[in-house]
Design a protein around this ligand. Structure first.
Ligand code: GDP
Length: 529
């Protein structure tokens, strides 16, 4: 493959995730995005179909896939001249580590906001995470077919609460039952909405120009209101600036209704035109450019038993540089060992396929038989690892034990695997045989007991334990480390990867330790070092 071919593959890729509060419409948008992606692929071009209404069978295919789209984590589809990778983030309300790490594997994010509710709590949290890497953000304000808040207020709130400038690209005309469509500020055209067409790609009905008399005929009173609002908006709001967007300081804003399938295509046009292709990534040694010919990638997620037929564990790897080809030998950096990767999975709009090749920005799935951990880097031989894929110190702890003591082995195996996936963290105290489960969100505990039962056949229960937080401990000073260990052995444990951890019984005791042992690092997050 020539440099030019690799460069053009990289330039085509857009890898993004959706961040939103539950119920804002992430799943619905994902469906519409796939609808566009798939149909464009099938029909060559959207406008190719005369009626603009697609056969029911297409929709039923989509419905069938809904089951898959809920459980699938990665979708790839063509749109415009791009290949788009959409990474799903877990839907439940808990802030989860999985979501955080998925956000380290994308180049941009789509933020979905419910137009009736505005900026909600989980969106705030997720935005904080994207700010750590200044990820470019596109905003979609959803549910315009409902009674909503004033769009100007919504933009104000985004700017104030999330501290990012808003540049409206489209502007709504009416809302709720009176939602008429949007005016596209860059294209200077009004795109009309028709309700009840949510399951199809709608024939596009456009009125060019704000002073076009047709606007008044079609929209009546709303035409005057729109003209006024746009004049106001042009004076008062930010205009779109590509470099500000790429720096994560400004977000282009689109309005629409995912349920009515209106506006999602405008957003996708913006995403493919402006969102960055795969970017260079930091490692512990140097910056790795996507157009380097040598392959590299990192694992950001491990998921068990995705397909009940296979009952396997899949490691999700983001390709960072070069080209991956089937049958390639990869260098497993942490183990400093070359491994042959016989089968690699790709994820094409919900179907798991065996993959022939992949490029930077793509996500590929490796079968994991226990040798791969979250954060692992694979290269063509060079010894470096990607940084910025952390574990978080849990803040909730319980001791887990069996109802049936004969199944200790299965319990340990199950917990080790769930810990390796990043579903939960496991701590094994130095001084006894307890198994301590640590979580960031409380839902993780229920999920663990449920999965232990279903997947490993063990019936486990929790007992309270007096631990409030954990810190990974290390030091450049071996003597200080030795002293610390001697004094605190009863509070020390090994985590699932064998790293020494201090389990603090109270916040005060943690504070005391930090003061008493200045040569010891008490880390709140852990990355592979
Ligand atoms: P998620 O939790 O963010 O994935 O949200 P969903 O996509 O499951 O949507 C939550 C609910 O809002 C569902 O009942 C959807 O049908 C509904 N919904 C999503 N988009 C719209 C929209 O544009 N308008 C209206 N009225 N309802 C919507």
């Amino acid at each position: 493959m020539t440099d030019f071919e690799l460069e053009s593959e990289v330039a085509k890729r857009r890898t993004f995730a959706i961040i939103s509060h539950p119920d804002a419409g992430k799943t619905t948008i994902t469906e519409k995005v796939i609808l566009y992606g798939k149909l464009i692929k099938k029909a060559g071009t959207v406008k190719g179909k005369k009626s603009g209404v697609y056969a029911t069978s297409d929709w039923m295919e989509m419905e069938k896939e809904r089951g898959i789209s809920v459980t699938t984590s990665v979708m790839q589809f063509p749109y415009a001249d791009c290949l788009v990778n959409l990474l799903d983030t877990p839907g439940h309300a808990d802030f989860s580590e999985d979501t955080y790490r998925t956000l380290t594997a994308v180049d941009s994010c789509l933020m979905v906001i419910d137009a009736a509710k505005g900026v909600e709590e989980r969106t705030v949290k997720l935005m904080e995470v994207t700010r750590l890497r200044d990820t470019p953000i596109i905003t979609f304000i959803n549910k315009m077919d409902r009674d909503i808040r004033d769009p100007i207020d919504l933009l104000d709130e985004v700017e104030r609460v999330l501290n990012i400038a808003c540049a409206p690209i489209t502007w709504p005309v009416g809302s709720g039952k009176e939602f008429k469509g949007v005016y596209h500020l860059l294209r200077d055209e009004t795109i009309l909405y028709q309700s009840g067409q949510g399951h199809t790609i709608q024939p596009i009905r456009v009125i060019k120009g704000l002073n076009n008399p047709e606007l008044k005929i079609r929209l009546g009173y709303y035409a005057d209101e729109l003209r006024e609002q746009i004049t106001l908006l042009k004076g008062a709001s930010h205009s779109f600036d590509l470099s500000e967007f790429l720096a994560g300081r400004l977000t282009p804003v689109f309005f629409g209704t995912a349920l009515g399938n209106f506006g999602v295509d405008h957003m996708l046009d913006g995403l493919t035109a402006w969102a960055p292709p795969p970017q260079p990534r930091k490692t512990n040694k140097r910056l790795v450019s996507p157009i380097e010919s040598a392959f590299s990638g990192f694992v950001f997620k491990i998921q068990a038993n995705m397909d009940p037929k296979h009952r396997d564990r899949i490691a999700f790897m983001r390709v960072c540089s070069g080209r991956f080809a089937k049958g390639m030998k990869l260098h497993h950096v942490r183990l400093n060992k070359d491994v042959l990767v016989p089968q690699v999975l790709s994820f094409m709009a919900g179907e798991r396929d065996h993959l022939e090749e992949a490029y930077p920005g793509d996500i590929i799935g490796l079968h994991n038989h226990g040798t791969i951990q979250i954060g692992d880097t694979f290269t063509c031989g060079e010894q470096f690892h990607f940084v910025g894929i952390p574990n978080f110190a849990p803040e909730l702890f319980q001791r887990i034990r069996l109802r049936d003591p004969l199944k200790q082995k299965q319990l340990l195996k199950g917990l080790m695997q769930l810990a390796e996936e990043g579903a939960v963290q496991l701590f094994r105290p130095e001084q006894n045989n307890d198994l301590i489960v640590g979580a960031v969100g409380v839902l993780q505990f229920d999920m663990v007991v449920h999965r232990l039962m279903v997947e490993y056949g063990v019936d486990a229960i929790y007992e309270p334990v007096k631990i409030v937080t954990a810190r990974w401990v290390y030091s450049e000073n071996p003597r200080a480390m030795q002293q610390f260990i001697q004094k605190n052995n009863s509070a020390l444990a090994l985590d699932g990867n064998g790293n020494l951890t201090y389990l603090a019984p109270t916040q005060a005791s943690l504070q005391l330790m930090i003061e008493r042992f200045p040569d010891i690092h008490f880390a709140k997050t852990r990355e592979q070092r």
